[in-house]
Design a protein around this ligand. Sequence first.
Ligand code: PMP
Length: 385
Amino acid sequence: GKPVCECNTCYGGPDCSLFSSDCAADANSGDPLFLEPFWMQHATSSAVVIAGWHRMSYIFSDGSYISQELENHIRRVHAIARNAITKGKYLIFGGGSTQLLAAAVYALSMNLSTPAEVVAATPAYPFYKTQTDFFQNMHFEYDGDALLLKNSSDTTANVIEFVTSPNNPDGNLREAVSQGPLVSAIYDHAYYWPHFTAIPTPANEDVMIFTISKLTGHAGSRLGWAFVKDEDVYHKMQSYIEKAEMGISREAQLRALKLMKAILLGDGMEIFEYAYKKMSARWQKLSNIILLSQRFSIQEIPPLFCNFFEKVRGPSPAYAWLKCERQEDKNCNAVLQAANIIGRAGSLFNVEDRYARLSLLKSDDDFNLLLLRLNKLVTEEDEHK
Ligand code: PMP
């Protein structure tokens, strides 16, 4: 009969308790549900109740679109994570960090005499190109791989480089590859938290973008923030957000404030310790499987000194960057797909399809299913030799 509850695609039966053995292991999206159990443990301190009459206005009482309380709390969270120097920098909120990526390109390209070439080193998070192409205008255009541009001899072009550190998909800590007086960089630090990487030093770039999506896991709230050093760039980014959106939803800001307050209870270190432990255990489990494989390899991330933990720590990346080593496995994602695993193809990151990305950020159920399917795939390698 028809299920009375709404089952997800992996379960069926009248009470959604029957596991469907042909269910795919979906490791495609970067949905950060790995933190859901943390927030279940902190359900009371993180809950928000909003009275019907509360915060109806376009503006806060100081006339701004930004909650000063939230700004102060965000600065405190960075001080505890020791991942960014925020003093002397302006703060702007965006609809997710996604909106701030566009705001930053706009601000850095507006007054140039020739259009800016927007680049990112490969393998690169695809959204920089998607968005730059989508918002096309006479001030900028997407120009592909920053490494190719660096190797060309043209040093007269205005360049805006997206620097993703740690990088999505491979978790590498990065610096800008473009150099020179006409270059500006937008540092996308979505994953620069102890959850996903050692923090060798606090980030201190002119434009740094963060997001609640990968800090607390609340991707659906759509709240990101940028720290900006230059006052003029700050005003232009702010003007973009105001024109596009008249500021960010007050409810999103209120929820973010409650989450920040919950994070800051006690010594404020719990979420980082929890997230690191979880992500590092996931990486260990995945690595143990891939170690047995001749067919697949994953990126190597060296142990590094971490400013937050004040010791050398191992890897805990958000994604596995899988390489299919066999000559004939040119399409790694198809190899995964045949084993009922959904990954993301290398070509989306502007490299060969011999690579594929697996998300390690999803729920425990998703991750465990991924391990199960990968283990099967690797165990069967020998039989097919
Ligand atoms: N930058 C990077 C590198 C990302 O991986 C993501 C999300 N996957 C974002 C930005 C966008 O995040 P959001 O808009 O949710 O803040």
